[in-house]
Design a protein around this ligand. Structure first.
Ligand code: UD1
Length: 344
C-alpha cells in the first residue's frame, strides 16, 4: 500500500516525501513538474535510500491521475499540487481558480472511484483572512482572504469538508501552514522557486549570496516591537513530520479536521535577518522600504490543537531554520538547475 503525494516534487512535498519514507511509508509522487525539477526524485532517493515511484502527471488531468491509481494500491493521498504565488494570483485570478480547484476536484473524484479514504490537504494560514485576532485558532471563522490564492485554499477546505460530510468513511485532515522556511539539513533538497520569488527567506539567502542587490524590508513603521512585520516561521522538516502525524490521525476516522502547523512564536523581519546573519556567518545587505500592499502587521499560530491531538510540536529553532536555508543556497546556488547544460 502506498501514499500518493500530488505535487510531491515541490518544496514542501519533497520534504514530506523524505519524512514519510523515513517513517516507513511507500511513497508515490505525481507532479506536473510545472514548478519543480525532476532531479528532486533522485535526491529524495539519495537521502532516504528509497527512491519514490514517480509519475509526471498533473493532478488536474483525470486520465493521468487514474493511471496512477490503476497501477498501484493507494491507501491515502496528500494533496500539495497547486499554484502558490500570492501576487500572481491577484493579476491572474482565473489561472489560480482553475489551476488549484481542478486538481483538488479531480483527485477527490478519482479517490472515490478507487475507494481511497484518507486525505491530507496542504492548506495555509491565509484562510484566516484579514479580520481575525491573533494568535489564530482553528475555531475562528475563515474567509475574507486577501488574494485568489488564499480563496482557493479556503474553497478547497470547504470542498473537502463537504465531501467528508457526505461520505462518513472519508477522513480529511486540513493542515494550515504558517511561514515555512529552512531545508533538509543535508542540503540536497530545498526551496527552488522557478519564477521570481517574493518570499522572505529565499530573498534573504540570495541577498546574502550577493546574487541580488539589497533586500528591501517592507515597512519599518508597523505597530510591532521593532516596527517590522512579525510572522510565525517554522522549519520545513517540522512541517513535513506534521504530515506523517496527520496521516496517522486520519486512519480509520471520518470527517474533516483542521490543524495549525506553526511554532506559536512570532519573529520580525529584522529578527530573521539577524538570526540568519548569526547562523550563516554572513551579512545580509538590506534597507527599510515602503510597506507592501496587503501585508498584515503580524500574525501567528496557536499550535496547541496539533500538539494535543496530533502529538506534533515544532522542535527546530530559528537558528536551525536559517542555517539549513543557507546551507541549501550555498550548495545549490542555481537550485536544481545547477550543473545542467545550457540549452542554448
Ligand atoms: C504569504 C502568504 C501565505 C503563503 C506565504 C508563502 C498571504 C496573506 N500570505 O505569506 O499564504 O503561504 O506567502 O508563499 O497571502 N518581506 C520583506 N521583504 C521581502 C519579502 C518579504 O520585508 O522582500 C516580509 C513581508 O513583509 C512579511 C514577511 O517578510 O512580513 C514574510 O513575507 P512572505 O515570505 O512573502 O510571506 P507572507 O506574506 O507572510
Amino acid at each position: 500500500m502506498s501514499i500518493l503525494l500530488t505535487g510531491g516534487a515541490g518544496y514542501i512535498g519533497s520534504h514530506t516525501a523524505v519524512a514519510m519514507t523515513e517513517a516507513g511509508y511507500d511513497i508515490i509522487i505525481a507532479d506536473s513538474l510545472q514548478n519543480s525539477h525532476p532531479a528532486v526524485i533522485d535526491r529524495i532517493g539519495e537521502i532516504t535510500g528509497r527512491k519514490p515511484l514517480f509519475y509526471k502527471a498533473d493532478a488536474g488531468d483525470a486520465e493521468a491521475l487514474r493511471r496512477v491509481f490503476e497501477e498501484n494500491e493507494i491507501e491515502g493521498a496528500v494533496h500539495f499540487a497547486g499554484l502558490k504565488a500570492v501576487g500572481e494570483s491577484l493579476r491572474r485570478p482565473l489561472k489560480y481558480y482553475r489551476g488549484n480547484l481542478n486538481p483538488a476536484l479531480t483527485l477527490l473524484e478519482i479517490m472515490r472511484e478507487y475507494d481511497v479514504k484518507k486525505l491530507v490537504f496542504s492548506s495555509s494560514a491565509t484562510v484566516y483572512g484579514e479580520e481575525n485576532p491573533y494568535p489564530y485558532t482553528e475555531t475562528m471563522k475563515t474567509g475574507s482572504c486577501a488574494s485568489p490564492y488564499g480563496w482557493t485554499k479556503f474553497m478547497i477546505e470547504q470542498i473537502f469538508s463537504d465531501a467528508a460530510k457526505a461520505d462518513d468513511s472519508l477522513s480529511v485532515v486540513l493542515l494550515r501552514y504558517f511561514n515555512v522556511i529552512g531545508a533538509h539539513p543535508g542540503g540536497l533538497i530545498g526551496e527552488d522557486p522557478q519564477e521570481i520569488t517574493y518570499n522572505l527567506m529565499p530573498l534573504i539567502s540570495r541577498a546574502a549570496a550577493g546574487r541580488t542587490g539589497k533586500l528591501t524590508v517592507f515597512g519599518g513603521d508597523y505597530d510591532t516591537p521593532d516596527g517590522t512585520c512579525r510572522r510565525d516561521y517554522l522549519h520545513v522538516m517540522d512541517l513535513a513530520e506534521g504530515h506523517v502525524k496527520a496521516l496517522r490521525y486520519a486512519d480509520g476516522r471520518s470527517g474533516a479536521e483542521a490543524f495549525n502547523l506553526g511554532t506559536g512564536e512570532p519573529y520580525s523581519v529584522l529578527e530573521i535577518i539577524a538570526a540568519f546573519e548569526k547562523a550563516a556567518g554572513v551579512r545580509v545587505p538590506y534597507e527599510i522600504g515602503p510597506r507592501r500592499d496587503g501585508d498584515l502587521p503580524e500574525f501567528w499560530a496557536d499550535p496547541s490543537k496539533a500538539e494535543r491531538i496530533l502529538k506534533w510540536k515544532a522542535s527546530r529553532s530559528l537558528g536551525e531554520m536559517c542555517r539549513d536555508s543557507w546551507n541549501w543556497q550555498r550548495k545549490n546556488p542555481d537550485g536544481y538547475r545547477g550543473g545542467e547544460e545550457d540549452p542554448e
